[in-house]
Every structure is written in structure tokens, then in C-alpha cells.
Write a protein that binds this ligand. Sequence first.
Ligand SMILES: Nc1ncnc2c1ncn2[C@@H]1O[C@H](COP(=O)(O)OP(=O)(O)OP(=O)(O)O)[C@@H](O)[C@H]1O
Ligand code: SF4
Ligand SMILES: [Mg+2]
Length: 342
Amino acid sequence: MSIEEMAERTAIVADGGGQPLLEVEDLRVRFESRGRRVNAVNGLSYRLYEGRMLAIIGESGSGKSVSSRALMGLLPGSARISGSARFQGRQLLGLPDREMRRHRGADIAMVFQDPARSLNPTMRIGAQITEAVRAHGDVDKRAAYERAMELLQLVRLPAPERRFHEYPHQLSGGMRQRVMIAIALAADPKLLIADEATTALDVTTQAQIMELLLELQERLGMAIILISHDLGLAATYAHDVIVMYAGRAVEYAPASTLFAAVRMPYTEALLGAIPRLERPPHSPLPVTPGQPPDLTALPAGCPFEPRCPRAQDDCRTEAPPFTEHEPGHWWACYHPCEGSSS
Ligand SMILES: Nc1ncnc2c1ncn2[C@@H]1O[C@H](COP(=O)(O)OP(=O)(O)OP(=O)(O)O)[C@@H](O)[C@H]1O
Ligand code: SF4
Ligand SMILES: [Mg+2]
């Protein structure tokens, strides 16, 4: 796939085009340790425009987190990264640590799944937010307090004056996630990456946090990458959707196009999966029998072939290319579904 072709088409997707905020091209990440090589991301390309929400969906181990952490310079030293990731035209991959830290927070911020672990349990909420505010700007104590209160109000934390003086364990899971979002917004990022940010929450709280993200996106004009197992979440909230399998994009389209006519058998299987209610985070999706391929030994053919109900002999020979088959709609499959969503 050429990024130029994708650009042309994605411009249609993205309300008239303009410069992309983030442009990822042929991103590859492998981990090497003790003679073992894990091919975690295997040629991922996409473009994200200002004010859009892109959902990256896939089973556990499909490379969603690794591909996003690569953009933030947050992978361990055993990671070998290649390809390109330009943010407002500037290459992020290979930036020295000091420069990367400047991007982190100020341009791109990340919210993780588990606020209980991401927040410091021994520090009051207020201190954690003011610390984030002061890390990104030369502000005095008073101004940092005011900005922190403004952020807590922005994320609609109930009774912010009181919560400011409380510890994380005194807050509910939903409130902690709001605090994490407030911290992520401290430096006015242009892109927020929410990695399973609502997975640990009950369904009602999850919906409230998603509504909040959507509202913040509109008010602040941010772009959001929403990483999730949950195709339903993508259908409800995202503008564009990438479905990943074994470190590759296998289907990509604006959400309305994708859900009107799912083409990849894998996406169809995800759509048919049992709702995620009550399932512990990071448990494998009951997608379809079988396991994703071993990332240390990827097959020559389509990686979904052993699990695919539509597989034929030709699927085993060579991996299908990821191609734009219909305007704005990309997929990697030799025998796509007929086009009605299940
Ligand atoms: N530091 C590491 N060393 C070796 N392999 C790793 C490392 N980090 C991740 N991996 C492997 O890379 C692959 C992709 O992992 P990643 O965390 O991106 O999956 P994911 O799609 O985010 O899954 P989940 O939905 O469970 O969060 C997995 O097979 C994982 O085991
Ligand atoms: S290429 Fe073949 S095995 Fe792969 S998803 Fe399509 S039909 Fe299934
Ligand atoms: Mg992950």
C-alpha cells in the first residue's frame, strides 16, 4: 500500500483533507531477546486528522498497545522499530529521549487502562494534577491550583474542591479515570491516546467516560486514538476504524462505511463476539475458535487462515495485500464477506 494513495482517499474520509496530524507509515516493531524474535507490529499505516476519533480494534496481542507506545517512545530497549510516524510533519521515531519527553504530554498524551496503577496511591489527587500542570509550564502554585481545578471541572469530576484533597483510593473507578484524563489534558495535547481507558469500568461508567472523551474532543479540537477490544465501542463513538490482526491492519474505513458493509471475515467474527460484559480486562475475545498466530513464526499466507470460515487454498500461499477495494474502504482478504454487517 502506498501512503500517497491512502492520503488521497483518507482526505475524503477526513472532511475535506488538510494536513494530517499524525501519519504512520509501514510501522514495524519486533522484540528480540535471548534469540527469540517477536514480530509485534508488521507494517501498519494510517493517517489521523485533527478532531477525529480513530478506533484501533483487535484481540489481545494484536499489536494495538505496542504500535501506540512506539509513537510515544515508551517501548523497552529490546524493541526494534522501523517505518515512519510523523506528527505535524515531524518524525517521532528515533527522537532523542529529551525531545521525545517534550512531545509526550504536550503534543501526545496517553490514558491507560488501569488508573489504580497509573495514579500514585500515596499522593493526593490535587498534588498529582498540579505536578502535571507544572511539569509542562512555568506556572506558580496559585496558577497551577487554578488550572488543576479547571481541569477537574472540565472532566466533570463531582465535588472537585473536596476531591482535590483526597487520595486515589477514596475515589470510584470512574472518578479515577476522570482524574487520569485531567492529568493527560494538563498540557493541552493535540492527540490523546486512550488505551483501553474504559475497559475496567462497568458499562454505565464506560458510556459516561466515552461521552466525556467525545465532548472534550469537540470542545478542545483534539484527535483521539481509541484502543479497544470492543468493536461496539468503535461503532458508537469513532469516526474511523482500524481492525488489527497479528500486528497488521486488516480492515480500515470510516465507521459508517465499515459497519454498513463489513468485508473482513475477522471483523465479522469480532462483530458476532459475545458482548464484553463482565469479562475481565485483557481476557481473550471469544471471537472464533483457535488462537492468533505465533508472532515468532508468522505463516506465509493469511495469518487468519487457520480460524477463517471462508478460507480457501490460495489463502495459504501468500498473505493478502492490504488494499483499498472500495472508496475509503481498505481490507486484506482474498474472499471477503458479501458486504452486509452481521
Ligand atoms: N516488551 C516486550 N517484549 C516481548 N514481547 C512483547 C513486549 N511487549 C509486547 N510484546 C508482545 O507484542 C505483541 C503485541 O502486544 P500488544 O501489547 O501491542 O497487544 P495488544 O493488542 O495491546 O493486546 P491487549 O489487548 O492484550 O492489550 C504481544 O504478543 C506481546 O506479547
Ligand atoms: S484471505 Fe482467506 S483466510 Fe484470510 S481472511 Fe480472507 S478468506 Fe479468510
Ligand atoms: Mg494493549
